[in-house]
Write a protein that binds this ligand. Structure first.
Ligand code: HEM
Length: 228
């Protein structure tokens, strides 16, 4: 029984969808995260521009808290999915090792910040020592107010937001570079719609060497599947 669920997981991880794209769940979770991050930055920035005593500012802060907690939950779900079931298409053949290492480091950094940032945010709210709304509940004051630690968390939250913004810029910039300059099908593998079938590990067209896939996809994957 254990063995069959193990082999089902291995099957899911090594069997590419017919299009050679990421699996559907990974794609949905990726774009849901993008949406939540957009909500997160716009609610924080908008709040800085409006009167902090207005009800609009309070709504923005509620939205920011709720969406931040959702980001943490979705990121954990993504990690579990990634580890157990996700299909990760290999990097295009010919992609330099250094570039692969940078891409992976960028992904690790994004996950780390997506998990830490909500914690520093929640911490700064908790250490106000006052009840606050979270989704449909009112969370009680769980801690005594602590201005010293809260100040540290505020700094960490600000730093985390800037670092996350920089990593997202690098990540999105690299995706556009693949789309517009290398034209190797990397972006299409993660788009919510299937704009073009992409061969496993093959550039669509363009500057990277194209490998025709003579063996079956499973054996290609055995060599080419990218680890997270
Ligand atoms: C990935 C998740 C998050 C991102 C990207 C994010 C981003 C930001 C940014 C850019 C700011 C403005 C700069 C600053 O003052 O630090 C901010 C402020 C803030 N964040 Fe977050 N945040 C996240 C999660 C959270 C969570 C989960 C909470 C609380 C539960 C939270 C609470 C706050 C608070 C209270 C402020 C100050 C708002 C103000 O006083 O104007 N954040 N956040």
């Amino acid at each position: 029984m254990m063995q069959s669920s193990e082999s089902a997981r291995e099957e899911a991880k090594t069997t590419p969808p017919a299009s050679g794209r990421f699996d559907r769940t990974s794609i949905i979770l990726h774009w849901f995260t993008v949406l939540l991050i957009a909500v997160q930055f716009s609610s924080a920035w908008l709040r800085q521009m409006v009167d902090h005593n207005s009800s609009f500012a309070a709504t923005l802060l509620d939205t920011h808290r709720n969406s931040g907690v959702l980001i943490w939950t979705v990121s954990m779900t993504r990690l579990v999915w990634l580890h157990n079931y996700a299909y990760l298409p290999p990097f295009p053949e010919g992609m330099p090792r250094l570039q692969q290492t940078i891409a992976k480091a960028n992904e690790y950094g994004l996950y780390a910040l997506l998990l830490v940032q909500p914690i520093t945010g929640l911490g700064r709210v908790l250490l106000r020592g006052a009840p606050f709304d979270l989704f449909i509940w009112e969370a009680p004051a769980l801690f005594e107010p602590n201005d010293a630690i809260r100040h540290l968390l505020e700094k960490a939250h600000e730093f985390g937001a800037n670092a996350l913004f920089a990593l997202i810029g690098l990540h999105a910039g690299a995706a556009l570079f693949h789309r517009l300059i290398l034209r190797d099908g990397v972006l299409q593998r993660m788009l919510p719609w299937n704009s073009q079938a992409v061969g496993v590990g093959e550039p669509i067209r363009g500057r990277l060497p194209v490998r025709r896939n003579k063996t079956n996809s499973r054996s290609v994957l055995a060599h080419g599947r990218r680890s997270f």
